[in-house]
Design a protein around this ligand. Structure first.
Ligand SMILES: [Zn+2]
Length: 461
């Protein structure tokens, strides 16, 4: 599309009258702002990211609160309502309400990224290989039922196996089953590698390739791959795939369940094994000019990372999406409200422009017996950012270093998907968050922590 002068909202709506029909006025205004950014009239690309649905089919309103859901593991789900409880995984009604809301929104997306974890958090004896396949099949059909024509790029989560986390580096019943279940969305070559190793790559649109990694192969609890240097040959495959993408002048979105880097809510723990994390960071740095975005799930919380190269220059934008399931364990001080998001990207260079985060206030939805999904925030607006390119995310992280930075309180409230504004993250908690945001490798992260306080910490290299 050619260059146009910035059009007024009225002029834009004349060209896109459908936007008036279903989208709330504010959504239209923001969409137009994103669309006309920098004076171009180029509709940004957009996709849904959903993750960690964790359907608990046993969920029901019971007189005995310990009997509401198997996923509470005997703890009383005292606030159970029609859309769930913070001690339970998702009832089907919650998942349906999320997809219904997505479906009624304009503008619609180009595709969906779905980063895994369909079965509930229950003891291994409650599940089996067949039940896990059934759960993945049920969620796949639910998504296809709501979005029959939309391309979907799914990834396997650590719960999408039985027993959970134990994914092998070779073909098995579950990889083979998902290669059948996801056949409507993926092409033959993608289905072949999916059936053998649980990973694949495919063009999402001309010039944009999705590379879906099976990061469960690098996950600490996975005993099947603990001693492998390159489980399922995925590192080798990833390098080859990125190399070909570079040669073909494609850009790449990396998607996976377990993220790269450090967990933001604890200290010095990588989400995958440290040695596999180091290797992944090395590959991502080497091909950072090809990769324009990373999209992960697994932590159930909303967080951002920025990959720096060896010189400390920001080179990749990384987004961890919060979960649909609201579950927490009894001992955890906070959880997340149910959530999904829409991401906007530049349709020419595929860099990330914005995220619109949606959520359901679970307590309110149960009280009103109605699921009013709302937008929680728009990332660029919330933090005054021009876009979500690596330089902007670095600017965001550095702004958190100031002790009086209220933007960090906002970030942490988003981290919990507005679960409880009274819970604050200070001192050590904040240092963990900021170091994890900026440093994905051992060298940088250790140095960041050694500063002990954010003011004197060397959060850059
Ligand atoms: Zn999960």
């Amino acid at each position: 599309m050619g260059r146009f002068p910035l059009l007024s909202l009225g002029g834009f709506l004349l060209m896109y009258p459908a936007l008036l029909v279903a989208a709330p006025a504010e959504d239209v205004r923001l969409f137009v702002r994103d669309a006309t950014r920098n004076g171009h009239l180029q509709l940004p690309g957009r996709f849904w990211h959903i993750t960690d649905l964790h359907l608990d089919a046993s969920y029901h309103l019971a007189d005995d609160p310990t009997k509401v859901c198997l996923s509470s593991k005997g703890a009383p789900a005292a606030n159970a309502g029609p859309y769930g409880d913070f001690l339970c995984d998702s009832p089907y009604s919650l998942i349906q309400s999320a997809f219904n809301h997505m479906n009624h929104m304009t503008p619609q997306a180009d595709f969906i990224i779905w980063t895994g974890d369909s079965p509930p958090h229950v003891p291994a004896f409650e599940l089996s290989t067949d039940l896990v396949i059934q759960a993945i099949g049920n969620m796949s059909e639910t998504i296809r039922g709501h979005f029959p024509t939309l391309p979907v790029f799914p990834a396997l989560g650590n719960h999408d196996y039985w027993p959970q986390d134990q994914m092998p580096g070779s073909a098995n019943a579950i990889y083979q089953a998902v290669a059948k279940l996801w056949a409507p969305w993926l092409q033959d070559e993608a289905l072949r590698t999916l059936g053998e190793g649980g990973f694949y790559s495919q063009l999402a649109r001309p010039g944009l390739r999705v590379i879906c990694l099976n990061t469960i192969l690098y996950y600490g609890p996975d005993k099947a791959t603990a001693n492998d240097t390159d489980p399922a040959g995925q590192f080798l495959w990833l390098q080859g795939t990125l190399e070909r993408a570079a040669q073909n002048l494609e850009k790449v979105f990396i998607i996976a369940h377990v993220p790269v880097g450090y967990l933001p809510f604890t200290r010095d723990v990588t989400a995958i094994r440290k040695r596999h994390n180091e290797r992944l960071v090395y590959i991502f740095r080497k091909y950072s000019h090809v990769i324009t975005g990373h999209f992960y799930g697994h932590t159930h919380r909303d967080s951002v990372m920025v990959l720096l190269d060896e010189e400390g220059k920001p080179v990749n934008s990384i987004f961890v999406s919060p979960a649909v399931t609201p579950i927490k364990s009894v001992s955890e001080p906070y959880s997340n409200n149910p959530a999904f998001r829409m991401a906007f990207y530049d349709a020419k260079d595929f860099s990330l422009l914005d995220i619109w985060q949606y959520y359901l206030n679970l307590t309110e939805a149960n009280e009103r017996r109605r699921a009013d999904w709302r937008r929680e925030y728009v990332m660029s607006e919330a933090f005054g950012l021009e876009d979500l390119r690596p330089q902007s995310l670095l600017q965001l992280a550095l702004s958190f270093r100031l002790p009086q930075a209220t933007s960090f309180d906002k970030y942490f409230s988003h981290f919990m998907v507005s679960y409880d504004e009274r819970i604050r993250c200070r001192d050590a908690c904040k240092l963990n968050q900021v170091c994890a945001m900026l440093h994905l490798d051992d060298r940088g992260y250790s140095k960041c922590l050694r500063g002990r306080s954010l003011q004197d910490s060397n959060v850059l290299l």
